[in-house]
Design a protein around this ligand. Structure first.
Ligand code: WTA
Length: 701
């Protein structure tokens, strides 16, 4: 199905249109102490990675890895835009993350697992012990589950050590893993199992979240059923246990299909499995993300290019040294966790902390107690988590004796005010901050300050990474002049090693969605003709720094998690009383953006609280609790164009108390005022933004 990408039609609304325009901020500079120890201090880097040096400059990335067979072609564009990096090379990702560190770091912690219950002791997994476990699990995946290189396996796992061990065991054998975020519903998991063609599912009995035990195995039963309805049989479900020897789930085990992990592993104690040497372009994993249609897309990442990209950026942007204790508080179920909890940090022999629970459990001092106790010195989280921690414990950080040298933020724009709290209070004025912009499709950071080289500017992600050449295009495909502070569609001129390879099973959608928009010549084999369309709006200031405005498509970034409005709308339409549904982004003080739902009911149905609750319930079961809307409004009718299209833009203006604009050309202009009064009340409301804030891209701001 052809998708309209980045074309904001009159009736549509996108995040970028409700973006708030911050004023330019002053620079903050990295401290001499940070610079003195940093991995990247050579200003010559910009020359080494200039566009004339592309793509050969990326040799430096490949050199961070250990290759079984060295590559011969750095970038093959013969099947553009399906890029192939480090062609001819062979390597194993697990070997690069585990085995090769044994000689020097055998007894150093690879992972430190912090359970959510504070009285449960932390678990330290050394590189040696990680090696042992990964080998045993690889043996099980091969000999018990019958998996081999190229097969797909789905994980629906929360934040415990089972997840990275499973991932690395797959990587050892060339099995393609597809981890579905643990907070997604069983149904959402089932659809992803079917799309990826996995016949094995790995899950867990339960886990802790916000002080409660979550029964997770129940989701597996739904997932298997939904997968089957969608044409994919799952013949083995492997159930890990949160506490060895105990079962936290009430769900029955299905005989011949469900197996407890600890029971099947007995047979594999002390087994060793040689890493399988994989071609550089062999797929390493799939990561599903939301797009502009209801169907989630499986972003396929390769081995050599991806691993080199996350290794380089972990070393030089996150400034990870093997001596550091690094904690990324994201979930491994998202790309940030894959790249910057597991693959990147391990490729550079880091000690990586994995925290099971929510940041504010049991109180807002928890992260700082963890940091103090484990001596964490690099911290990585999202603006949503920072806002929450600030709100519930603005003075907590100073009560604890930890010291960060480096802090990362990712996933959403960070307000300058929130940035400053992060800098002054969490970082105690000593840590550098990298505001990193990138996407599931990108593999790793694309825009960020180089921590020892570039000054920081609150509210602005910064300059592009070495070897990344962004460009902003307007709707007509003209380049918005660099440094002009004019908004437009953020694109990247060139491919880079971390870029995803395709959408699993749908190469056409890959081309249409990401490359068609600004392609100069569809027959070209030259990368210069194929700019990558990111789906984000952005503007570039005179100093070259980029400010990200948010999505220009039907995706909403809720608390840093990508959700498709179309997915949420289809969930609403499963409620039998609902006739029509429209989902719009609404600004939220804590979560950045949230979905707000408008529904109209079938003739004869009376609106009720019960229907509202049914809508919320449908969204939570079909997608997951993360998609829970801020409000559900049952409206008498949707504002529509004469051709019958729902004017989501008007609904968003109402939800965000923005100027509504002209409605006289609508089919049913009277509905607008009815809906407005319902949402905003009958009193006078203060308009937060006028039409000047929802200008078209490419116009002067
Ligand atoms: C948004 C997460 C502003 C953006 C790694 C992008 C950001 C989407 C930033 C990708 C940032 C990510 N500032 N916005 N530093 N980083 N985004 O695929 O809209 O889960 O398109 O990848 O998050 O989300 P995804």
């Amino acid at each position: 199905m052809a998708e309209a990408v980045g074309q904001i039609r009159d009736e549509e609304i996108s995040e970028a249109q409700i973006a708030v325009h911050w004023r330019e901020e002053e620079y903050y500079y990295p401290s001499p102490a940070f610079i003195g120890q940093a991995n990247l201090t050579d200003p010559d880097i910009n020359r080494r990675f200039s566009i004339e040096k592309f793509p050969d400059c990326f040799k430096e990335y490949a050199e961070l890895l250990t290759w079984d067979q060295y590559w011969h072609t750095i970038l093959d564009t013969s099947n553009a835009p399906f890029w192939r990096w480090f062609v001819g090379g062979k390597l194993n990702a697990c070997f690069n993350c585990v085995d090769r560190h044994l000689a020097k770091y055998r007894n150093k912690a690879a992972f430190i697992f912090v359970p959510e219950p504070e009285d449960e002791p932390v678990v330290v997994l050394t590189y040696q012990e990680l090696y042992n476990r990964v080998n045993e699990v690889a043996a099980m995946l091969r000999d018990f589950a019958g998996l081999k290189a190229g097969d797909r396996v789905t994980f629906h796992l929360p934040m415990t050590l089972d997840l990275p061990i499973m991932m690395l065991a797959c990587a050892r054998l060339g099995i393609i893993h597809s981890q579905v975020f643990g907070g997604f519903s069983g149904e959402a998991c089932g659809l992803r199992i079917a799309d990826s063609g996995s016949r094995v599912l790995v899950t867990i009995d339960g886990y802790y979240r916000n002080g409660r035990v979550i029964d997770h195995k129940v989701n597996a039963d739904i997932a298997v059923q939904v997968a089957e309805q969608n044409g994919q049989k799952v013949d083995k479900v492997i159930v890990c246990k949160r506490h060895p020897g105990r079962n936290l789930s009430s769900a029955p085990m299905v005989k011949g299909r469900d197996f407890f992990f600890d029971e099947i592993m007995k047979e594999f104690a002390n087994r060793k499995v040689d890493p399988v040497s994989m071609p550089s372009e062999a797929p390493l994993f799939l990561m599903y993300t939301s797009g502009t249609t209801g169907k989630p897309k499986g972003c396929q990442h390769g081995t050599g290019g991806y691993l080199s990209y996350v290794a380089w950026t972990s070393k030089y942007i996150q400034d990870i040294h093997p001596e550091d204790v690094y904690w990324c508080m994201a979930d491994i179920g998202w790309i940030t966790g894959h790249s910057y909890i597991v693959y990147g940090p391990l490729a550079v022999a880091a000690t990586s902390v994995i925290y099971e629970g929510v940041p504010t459990y049991p109180d807002a001092g928890r992260p700082w107690r963890i940091a103090e106790r484990l001596n964490v010195n690099i911290f990585h989280t999202s603006p949503t988590a920072i806002r929450q921690l600030r709100k519930s414990g603005p003075n907590e950080p100073q009560k604890y004796n930890y010291r960060f040298k480096h802090m990362t933020t990712v996933g959403e724009p960070i307000e300058p005010d929130v940035w400053r709290w992060y800098y002054e209070v969490v970082g105690k004025g000593q840590a550098v901050i990298c505001d990193t912009w990138w996407q599931t499709e990108n593999g790793g950071f694309l825009i960020s300050t180089k921590p020892a080289l570039d000054p920081m500017k609150p509210g602005s992600a910064g300059p592009p990474l070495p070897g990344i050449f962004p460009v902003i295009y307007d709707e007509e495909g003209n380049e918005v002049p660099a440094g002009s502070n004019r908004a437009g569609n953020l694109c990247i001129r060139n491919p880079w090693p971390g870029i995803f390879q395709t959408i699993w099973g749908d190469p056409e959608r890959y081309v249409n969605q990401y490359y068609k928009r600004y392609c100069r010549n569809p027959n070209s084999k030259d990368w210069r003709d194929w700019p990558y369309f990111s789906g984000d709006g952005a503007m570039q200031a005179a100093d070259g720094y980029f400010r990200i405005l948010g999505r220009v498509d039907d995706v909403i970034n809720v608390a840093g998690h990508r959700l498709g409005t179309k997915e949420i709308e289809s969930a609403c339409l499963t409620v039998e009383e609902v006739a029509e549904a429209a989902v719009v982004p609404v600004v939220d003080e804590l979560r950045g953006r949230m979905p707000e739902v408008y529904v109209s009911l079938k003739p004869g149905v009376t609106p009720s609280k019960a229907i509202e609750e049914k809508v919320v319930h449908a969204i939570e079961t079909i997608i997951g609790k993360i998609a829970r809307p801020k409000r559900v409004w049952i409206v008498p009718d949707m504002p529509k164009t004469r051709s019958g299209k729902i004017m989501r833009r008007i609904l968003a203006a109402i939800s965000n108390t923005m100027e509504i604009g002209d409605t006289t050309t609508l089919l049913n202009p009277e509905v607008v005022e009815q809906v407005r009064q319902m949402v905003q009340g009958t009193g006078k409301v203060e308009i937060k933004a006028g039409p000047e804030d929802i200008r078209r891209f490419g116009e002067e701001r």
